[in-house]
Write a protein that binds this ligand. Structure first.
Ligand code: ADP
Length: 160
């Protein structure tokens, strides 16, 4: 039976923390879908299309990973595409409460879907998209925080 996992998030932009989670999850499933949220409420640095392209370029080494957009509930997308598992990443304790609540809401509305939480690797524990953007805006060095293609895209975006 093919097992499809979905990793939803903003990915604005994808960081080495996300890449680490995806590298570790990809061997566990037949297919992993990175689901880029197209939220109208959140102000983003990159458009959903740009975020999708940066993810694809950063993960070209993984053959069973694809990227898609979705506006709406992750579980609705998953039911439509027959996916079984939601992947989320955990860094510090502050992530815990939000992830627990989301997992419980999703369990309530779609009991057949499981949430799998993965701990950040120690070297990625402090990396967040928001931190990367703050660093970039203030002229910080982005090596090690994001893939090279993302670093170039941020520099280009800030020059505009
Ligand atoms: P969202 O806006 O949905 O939180 P993000 O793109 O910020 O989207 O993150 C998507 C998921 O990846 C979340 O579960 C988040 O906790 C996880 N994540 C983000 N950065 C890291 C990291 N450095 N290590 C592990 N997980 C991470």
């Amino acid at each position: 039976m093919s097992r499809i996992a979905v990793y939803p998030g903003s990915f604005d932009p994808i960081t080495m923390g996300h890449v680490d989670i995806i590298n570790r999850v990809a061997p566990l499933y037949s297919e992993v879908v990175i689901l880029v949220a197209q939220s109208a409420q959140k102000q983003s640095m990159f458009t959903a299309q740009e975020r999708k392209e940066l993810i694809e370029k950063s993960l070209s080494h993984l053959k069973n990973v694809k990227v898609d957009f979705f506006e709406g509930l992750t579980v609705n997308y998953m039911q439509k595409h027959k996916a079984q598992v939601i992947i989320r990443g955990l860094r510090a304790v502050v992530d815990f409460e939000y992830e627990l609540t989301m997992a419980q809401i999703n369990k309530k509305i779609a009991p057949e879907i499981e949430t799998l939480l993965m701990f950040a690797s120690p070297e990625c524990y402090y990396i967040s998209s928001r931190g990367v953007k703050e660093l970039a805006v203030n002229g910080g060095e982005l090596n090690g925080f994001v893939p090279d293609v993302v670093k170039e895209a941020i520099i280009k975006k800030l020059k505009k």
